[in-house]
Write a new protein. Structure first.
Length: 148
């Protein structure tokens, strides 16, 4: 796997791993920071489906779920031939730190550098909103709403 097609992100979140994990796995809590609808079944083989912008569905299935510590799920976009559902892998590790959580994200299996750059921008945007939400603030309306 070429490293140029892997997204790596780390962010400190001022909330315990259990709170961050809930924001990643509870459909109602996901919608606080990303998307307009969500259906997730956080267990191996369970569905991951989030309408991220109101017009674009991310779809995959959970591969690994270790409560409050780790998630791994396949990922892709409904209707996409470039990054079809389940064609890439998102891995999220939550590491307890004083007064919060270090979130480490790896998104691998993207087909080219252009897709890697776009997904990197997306993760930066949404992880910022996740951190804001975990800190007890309500993020502003998502400026990416409706984006195709």
């Amino acid at each position: 796997m070429q490293e140029s097609t892997v997204v790596h992100r780390e962010t400190y979140i001022p909330a315990p791993p259990s709170a961050v994990f809930a924001l990643l796995t509870d459909p109602e809590k996901i919608l606080r920071w990303m998307g307009t609808e969500a259906q997730v079944e956080p267990q191996p083989g369970g569905l991951y489906l989030v309408n991220v912008t109101g017009s674009r569905f991310a779809r995959g299935s959970f591969r690994e779920v270790i409560p409050v510590h780790r998630l791994a799920y396949s990922f892709g976009w409904d209707g996409s031939e470039i990054v079809p559902p389940g064609s890439s892998l998102v891995e999220i590790d939550l590491i307890e730190r004083p007064d919060g959580t270090l979130l480490k994200l790896t998104h691998s299996g993207l087909p080219n550098a252009e897709q890697c750059a776009g997904h990197s921008e997306g993760w930066e945007h949404y992880l910022g909103r996740l951190a804001e939400c975990a800190a007890g603030r309500t993020p502003a309306p998502d400026p990416w709403s409706g984006r195709v």
